[in-house]
Design a binder for this molecule. Structure first.
Ligand SMILES: [Zn+2]
Length: 275
């Protein structure tokens, strides 16, 4: 199977993102890059180098619905007439937005994030959404765990790998040990126990120990712990930092390593007295 990676620039801190062209019938791209002039231009160049154009694309398959991976899906589908877009059903709600739901606000408030920070996070993510066109449900076909995407010379199997987002999918070709994993595997980020479990589990345990050390006997919110864990983090990453702190604190609490109580509507974690 001829799989051609095409690197596209993004306006985000993470840097370039890879799109994968499956250069055999039906011509398929996995992920699209963000909706920017620079990304479209780099994608056209990459397709051309491989002997194709956007009009040749028949399938657009999304690992997940983050802007840097799905931003151009609608525009490419419109240009490549009759191209089909595939995404896991659990990305539908996620596509609709990250921070505008009451549930998100409740979670951030519980985590002790100050109201002005929540406002900043919302504005930031609203600006990020400019980098993707929305996709309506009736424009997408659903991927399911275990589905086979058939190609002229073989199949890619859909593996539902939730974590990074609820509907993240990876694509596996066992014949040549190929995995296209989207953001399921990322450098320098801990909560991804996929494919290399020993390495990731050790990193996760170390991070959890750091988090527990930051929980005082007098109690702290997830927001306060996140500020201790990542003191120099900039605006862009405070939402990610508090998300990670909540995940580790909840895990530590479920394992009986720290206490948890509700105080003034916030979840306050406490070091246990025996510690
Ligand atoms: Zn992502």
């Amino acid at each position: 199977m001829k799989i051609v990676p095409i690197s596209l620039p993004t306006p985000f801190y993470i840097g370039p993102v890879n799109v994968y062209l499956i250069a055999e019938d039906p011509i398929t791209i996995i992920d699209t890059g963000p909706k920017t002039e620079a990304a479209v231009s780099a994608l056209r160049d990459g397709l051309k180098r491989a002997g194709f154009a956007v009009a040749d694309i028949r399938r657009i398959v999304l690992t997940h619905a983050h802007e840097d991976h799905c931003g151009l899906a609608r525009a490419l589908r419109d240009e490549a007439k009759d191209a089909q877009v595939f995404v896991h059903g659990w990305e539908t709600g996620h596509r609709a937005g990250r921070l505008e739901h009451d549930e998100n606000l409740r979670l951030l408030t519980q985590a002790g994030v100050p109201p002005e920070e929540i406002g900043g996070m919302r504005r930031l993510y609203e600006s990020v959404r400019e980098y993707a066109d929305s996709l309506d449900d009736d424009h997408c076909s659903e991927l399911h765990d275990g589905d086979d995407l058939e190609f002229a010379t073989g199949i890619l199997r859909v593996l539902h790998t939730p974590g990074h987002t609820p509907g993240s999918c990876s694509f596996v070709r066992e014949a040549d040990r190929t995995v296209i994993a989207g953001d399921c595997l990322l450098k320098r980020i801990t909560p991804n126990p996929m494919l290399s479990p020993d390495r990731y589990l050790r990193a996760i345990r170390e991070r959890q120990s750091d988090v527990i050390r930051l929980v005082p006997k007098t109690g702290a919110t997830a927001w306060e712990v996140s500020r201790g864990l990542f003191p120099d983090t900039d605006d862009v990453h405070r939402f990610l930092a508090v998300s990670e702190a909540v995940a580790h604190l909840d895990q530590a609490h479920s394992e009986g390593k720290i206490g948890l109580e509700i105080s003034d509507g916030c979840e306050v974690y406490r070091r246990l007295s025996a510690e």
